[in-house]
Design a protein around this ligand. Structure first.
Ligand SMILES: C[S@@+](CC[C@H](N)C(=O)[O-])C[C@H]1O[C@@H](n2cnc3c(N)ncnc32)[C@H](O)[C@@H]1O
Length: 221
């Protein structure tokens, strides 16, 4: 099965627009110089984020978890001309690498890097976001969701990465496994939320797409 999955992944890579040179270099630099490089979005997920952003054409994007800036650069591509992406990263050691690549991407005017916890700082921006990408500490996902509900625009979208957590969501977590416990709590919160429509898309580690329901939604046949 593993062999087949790897072959399918290779096939998908071969039939997806090539990763651009800058992102490929960022991917490489992340693997060479940063701890836990697997956290980087990478080619396929990056392209998916880029496509979603092009489809939504957001004016304001909030990203929780800049890491080395890969997903921020991908998401920034779909912003409106006057749009802006605010990205938050708690680990200040990543700031220089991310800002170097953001500068080289040509999106310096559209991506604002913030160092510190998104939970503390994002509400201070006093903005409503058309797209929110949740990709920070898995133990904080329920808190991110509560905040995202406050900060999302009326018909905005929330994306949350790693919601299948390496398949652990279908096992019983140990009492000390706060990561799985909080991902499970987040997934249930979203599922029980009457304000949204949601779907888990099973690529990579699973990503939930969440759409705020229209106010006064009526069903017409
Ligand atoms: C999975 S990585 C993000 C990957 C990046 N979005 C990408 O796709 O390339 C998660 C990052 O979230 C950061 N983080 C954790 N808690 C945070 C918080 N409360 N606010 C902002 N960033 C946080 C971590 O330091 C880590 O760099």
């Amino acid at each position: 099965m593993l062999k087949k999955n790897t072959a399918i992944e290779r096939y998908i890579e071969q039939h997806t627009t090539q990763e651009d040179h800058l992102l490929a270099e960022l991917n490489r630099q992340t693997h060479l110089h940063v701890l836990q490089p697997r956290m980087v979005s990478g080619h396929i997920q990056g392209k998916i984020l880029e496509m979603i952003s092009y489809m939504i054409k957001p004016k304001f994007i909030l990203e929780i978890g800049t890491f080395t800036g890969y997903s921020a650069i991908c998401l920034a591509k779909g912003l409106t001309d006057d749009g802006c992406l605010h990205t938050f990263e708690i680990n200040d050691e990543l700031e220089d690498l991310a800002s170097d690549f953001i500068e080289r991407s040509g999106y310096t005017n559209k991506i604002v890097q913030h160092v510190g916890s998104a939970l503390k700082l994002a509400p201070n921006l006093n903005l409503k976001f058309d797209l929110i990408f949740i990709d920070g500490d898995k133990r904080e996902y329920p808190e991110y969701y509560k905040m995202a509900k406050e900060l999302i625009a009326d018909e905005g979208f929330i994306l949350a990465d790693n919601v299948l957590w390496d398949g652990k969501v279908i096992e019983t977590p140990t009492p000390t496994d706060l990561y799985t416990q909080q991902i499970l709590k987040f997934n249930q919160m979203v599922q029980d939320d009457p304000d949204v429509e949601n779907v888990i898309v099973p690529f990579r580690d699973g990503m939930t797409f969440i759409k705020m329901k229209r106010k006064n939604n009526t069903i017409t046949n």
